[in-house]
Design a protein around this ligand. Structure first.
Ligand code: ADP
Length: 362
């Protein structure tokens, strides 16, 4: 069993504290993705789990062992980086088997492990090639194969797909997900890409400035973000946010636009309170081009600015009470800038955050 536990983990670089006492429990076989903007401390956290960085405070355990003072080679982890770091003069077979050879495994053991990894990753027909004669995706698979042959308790991935183009990234995401289903190992995966995080993770851990902001399943963090940071970081396009004030049981968005308080937040706000009103483009649509809104909703007109036709839907940019927002049009028809359309907003899917703390009022 290989759970990974982080208990009040701190990292200092000199006088600067960059990870501030985070707690994280990763279950056996769980696929956990650490995601957040550049510089939020995800790689540092991963590297502390790997043993590539000292831990300034707190405790990390893998399985039943506290590993704070164990060197990387004794932690039974394998790490895959974004630069594949393959040996260019060795064949795929030699690259895959190299770490086992160093560990003085027998020829037969190495051959078996290499054949198994090559089979899992569909690399069998490339075993005699050198990395120079492989595509980017194949090289990335070799890098993963090198991690697999060691049968680690935990796989650590540090932005492994960053060097690939968008199409290949999407393909490799699927391969990594399949790989996890096949080999059932605990995975900790770092990325700044929220789409990658959403598609891969059993559980997403969203970090900002060395703190964990929220963790949960992809749907939990999408549907119930705890603050405006998570609300705008997860989901594309980002959630629309507008400053608003509670007035007489309604939400005053300014410029004379007043709509009811979303039902979920009735009784959780008081008159005069400053709030941030949040809603996704999928929940504000022009009448006649939307999903049926059966629950509470509000209706108002907006003038269209830019449009982004995406095929099955069109993204509409419009101004609501002085704030530019994005809305969606399903079954689209051509729309010209300056056109005025009537929109419906689904209040059952909207969010309210505290105006000061930006925390959800849910
Ligand atoms: P992320 O992986 O989320 O982009 P990192 O974990 O690489 O972020 O970095 C977290 C913070 O620690 C950043 O502010 C970064 O500048 C700082 N940092 C990272 N490595 C070092 C280092 N070797 N020395 C000093 N500061 C560092």
């Amino acid at each position: 069993m290989a759970q990974v536990k982080l208990n009040k983990i701190v990292k200092n670089y000199g006088n600067l504290e960059v990870v501030h006492g985070i707690d994280l429990d990763i279950q056996h076989n769980e696929f956990v993705v650490l995601v957040g903007p550049s510089g939020c401390g995800k790689s540092t956290t991963l590297r502390m789990i790997a043993g590539l960085e000292d831990i300034s405070g707190g405790e990390i355990s893998i399985g039943d062992n506290v590993v704070n003072d164990l060197p990387p080679r004794d932690r039974n982890i394998s790490m895959v980086f974004q630069n594949y770091a393959l040996y260019p003069h060795m064949t795929v077979r030699e690259n895959l088997g190299f770490s086992l050879k160093i560990a003085k495994k027998s020829e037969a053991e190495i051959e078996k492990a290499v054949a198994e990894a090559a089979e899992i990753l569909s690399l069998t027909e490339y075993l005699e090639r050198k990395p120079g004669a492989l595509s980017g995706g194949q090289r990335q698979r070799v890098a993963m194969g090198r991690a697999i042959v060691r049968h680690p308790d935990v796989f650590l991935f540090d932005e492994p797909l960053s060097n690939l183009d968008a199409k290949l990234r999407a393909q490799m995401r699927i391969e990594i997900k399949k790989l996890h289903q096949k080999i059932k190992t605990t995975i900790v995966y770092v990325t700044h890409d929220q789409v990658e995080a959403m598609t891969l993770a059993d559980r997403i851990v969203i970090m900002r400035d060395g703190y964990i902001e929220q963790q949960g399943t992809p749907l939990e963090v999408f549907e119930t973000p705890v603050n405006t940071f998570v609300a705008t970081f997860i989901g594309s396009p980002p959630m629309n946010l507008m400053d608003a004030t509670i007035k007489g049981g309604n939400l005053d968005l300014g410029d004379g636009v007043v709509i009811p308080v979303p039902p979920e937040f009735e009784g959780k706000v008081s008159d005069g309170q400053s709030v941030v009103f949040g809603f996704r483009a999928d929940n504000i649509m022009p009448v006649g081009h939307s999903l049926p809104m059966e629950g509470a909703h509000a209706t108002f007109d907006m003038t269209i600015g830019l449009t982004e036709p995406l095929g099955t839907e069109t993204l509409l940019f419009a101004t609501l009470a002085g704030t530019e927002i994005q809305a969606k049009m399903l079954n689209p028809r051509p729309v010209t800038p300056g056109e005025r359309l009537t929109f419906q907003i689904d209040l059952t899917r909207c969010h309210l955050f505290d105006g000061e703390t930006k925390k959800s009022l849910r």
